[in-house]
Write a protein that binds this ligand. Structure first.
Ligand SMILES: Cc1cc2nc3c(=O)[nH]c(=O)nc-3n(C[C@H](O)[C@H](O)[C@H](O)COP(=O)(O)OP(=O)(O)OC[C@H]3O[C@@H](n4cnc5c(N)ncnc54)[C@H](O)[C@@H]3O)c2cc1C
Length: 232
């Protein structure tokens, strides 16, 4: 489906991450974890980029995507948009989806790779699905933690959602994990990891290293779904 819509809301998530909302067109169905293509006219040329939906299909009125702002031309054009400005959107695309089909899943997310995981977690908590979810969310610093409030709220309202935040360059006051997602972390935070389907999302390097780690842990490839946010 391809449509042109006005932006209806802009939400600042961190110092360099913003969410952009549009009315959800009638008939636009998607699965949690899917992505869209967003086209903008930048300096006279149409530019198109992929963005995972950070909204959940349970949110009927709007769709949302979330961009890490980079200072590059497309990013600046998006950042300069105002409510009422239009974008051309097509989709949905992508196979890294979850609608409750597995009893237990583990989500490994790096940085802005949190966007499809937000959609999955929101969908499962909104519908009170039985699926048991552990999300490990890695960032550099406290300031990079987009969606922490929303995730904590979901965790608070659900018995089936556990979230582990880890920061590789945390301040001294941080009491949580302080390393990259590692085999040790998975064994200690997700003791039943062999029973879970894994979902990985982040920059291509992160996705590759997580895949290699899971292979070394003897997790079969067909237990792993992934989305590399290529373009970074
Ligand atoms: C399926 C899919 C889903 C995606 N979902 C999202 C999403 O939800 N949110 C999102 O922000 N992006 C997402 N992306 C990436 C997005 O499409 C853009 O490529 C990205 O946001 C950068 O676009 P840009 O125009 O700001 O930078 P560009 O001008 O495209 O610059 C990218 C280039 O700049 C460098 N660069 C820019 N930023 C960084 C950085 N932070 N770290 C290292 N190098 C950098 C790299 O050399 C890279 O080649 C997704 C990509 C795919 C394929």
């Amino acid at each position: 489906m391809k449509f042109e819509k006005k932006m209806i809301d802009i939400i600042k998530r961190t110092y360099d991450v913003k969410s952009f909302r549009f009315h959800r067109p009638e008939g636009f169905d998607y699965k949690p974890g899917q992505y869209i293509l967003v086209s903008l006219t930048v300096e006279g040329n149409v530019m198109t980029k992929a963005f995972s939906l950070s909204s959940s299909p349970t949110e009927k009125d709007h769709i949302e995507f979330t961009k890490k702002l980079t200072g590059h031309p497309f990013s600046n054009a998006l950042d300069n948009m105002k409510i009422g400005d239009r974008a051309v959107i097509s989709g949905p695309f992508g196979k890294m989806t979850f609608e409750g089909e597995y009893a237990k899943i583990a989500l490994l997310s790096g940085g802005i790779g949190i966007t499809p995981m937000i959609s999955i977690c929101k969908y499962c908590t909104d519908l009170h699905l039985d699926a048991d979810i552990v999300l490990i969310y890695s960032n550099k610093t406290e300031n990079d933690l987009a969606f922490m409030k929303e995730l904590d709220e979901m965790m608070h309202n659900s018995n089936n959602l556990k979230i582990v935040y880890t920061l590789t360059r945390a301040s001294e006051s941080w009491t949580g994990c302080r390393e990259r997602i590692s085999e040790n972390m998975i064994v200690s935070e997700i003791p039943d990891y062999m029973e879970r389907r894994f979902y990985i999302c982040g920059a291509p390097d992160m996705v590759k290293s997580m895949e290699e780690m899971l292979t070394a842990m003897k997790i079969p490839k067909d237990m792993v779904k992934k989305e590399a946010l290529s373009g970074y």
